[in-house]
Design a protein around this ligand. Structure first.
Ligand code: SIN
Length: 318
């Protein structure tokens, strides 16, 4: 349990490729959409109960169709079912499984008709449920995570780890798993390891608590923070040399999701034990470190190494 009151998340199923089946696992195009019921889709996520943290799933098969065949009668039924569930005080949010082909139209229709203050999250799949690596279970799991997020209101679409608003979402690719785009607006956020990361994280301090020090303290007395990178065969002696020279902080741009060569990690841990402030970030230009991957503390707010150096220098002025 996460301490918050348990709520219902309602899954309304409408068909699509996410519920599609093919005669063999390697067939991603010659399948029939809308074959499997909603319970079957949920059963494909064995860890779902852990992710729900005490919340309860309610599911309903609204229709079972290929979304190329979407019609106004189905839209009306779907809007009515959404309105019913949204009016229940114990319902936190709704997830709708839908075909990819007309998902953007249904999303906009529901946004305009319901104007929901709770999350209504459409999700889908580009591969049928019988694929060797189906994308539906992950998309559904991600959509449930978004529907449980307190920051969400309105109609969203979730596909391939990206969260799109009903206004901007559009199917832009015929085949690839990440088939949707929000165009120039970009995604509203991402779902990583079951956690939502918003593109606009809302309020965070726009001025450092030690800012006044910068205006007064002679620059020669500003803390010395160095930036190092992880790479193949790094030389841990650079850490020892920095320590010997009196460095106060080190920001390490790790590889990938913040990985560090074992020799460099040992040297940085030693530096940390001896009072040097160490922060870990990634040398990847996009994304940020997900999860607790290292005993080294992660730089805040996914800052790159150079901005993390500025922040750490200001931290050390305190
Ligand atoms: C559909 O839109 O129902 C079929 C295609 C898909 O879901 O990708």
């Amino acid at each position: 349990m996460n301490g918050k009151k348990s709520q219902k998340v309602v899954v309304l199923a409408t068909g699509g490729t996410i519920a599609g089946t093919a005669a063999n696992g390697s067939d991603h195009t010659g399948y029939t959409a809308a074959q499997l019921g909603v319970q079957h889709l949920l059963d494909a996520i064995p860890t779902l109960n852990d992710a729900l943290q005490g919340d309860v799933l309610v599911c309903e098969q609204v229709v079972q169709l290929d979304s190329k065949d979407m019609d106004h009668a189905t839209w009306q039924t779907l809007a009515q079912r959404c309105a019913y569930w949204l009016s229940q005080p114990d319902v936190g949010g709704i997830v709708i499984t839908h075909g990819t082909d007309t998902l953007e139209e249904t999303a906009w229709f529901l946004q305009m008709v319901l104007g929901p203050t709770k999350p209504v999250v459409l999700t889908c799949a580009m591969r049928p449920a019988t694929a060797l690596m189906p994308d539906g279970p992950q998309n559904l799991w991600d959509a449930i995570a978004v529907a449980r997020d307190v920051m969400v209101h309105g109609v969203m679409a979730v596909c391939a780890g990206r969260i799109h608003s009903a206004r901007d979402v559009q199917k832009v690719h015929t085949y690839r798993l990440d088939a949707f785009s929000s165009g120039d607006a970009g995604p509203r956020g991402w779902v990583e390891q079951g956690r939502v990361r918003w593109a606009d994280p809302g309020s965070w301090p726009l001025k450092h608590a030690n800012a006044h020090q910068v205006l007064e303290r002679p620059v020669a007395q500003w803390p010395w923070v160095a930036v190092l990178h992880n790479h193949a065969n790094p030389d841990a002696r650079q850490v020892h040399a920095l320590m010997a020279a009196g460095v106060q902080g080190i920001v390490l741009a790790g590889t990938g999701n913040g990985t560090v060569h074992h020799s460099l990690l040992a040297a940085l841990t030693q530096a940390q034990d001896q009072g040097v402030a160490v922060r870990l970030t990634t040398r990847c230009a996009e994304g940020q470190i997900v999860g607790a991957v290292s005993e080294l503390p992660t730089a805040p707010r996914g800052l790159n190494a150079f901005k993390a150096r500025v922040s750490l220098m200001l931290d050390l002025m305190g």
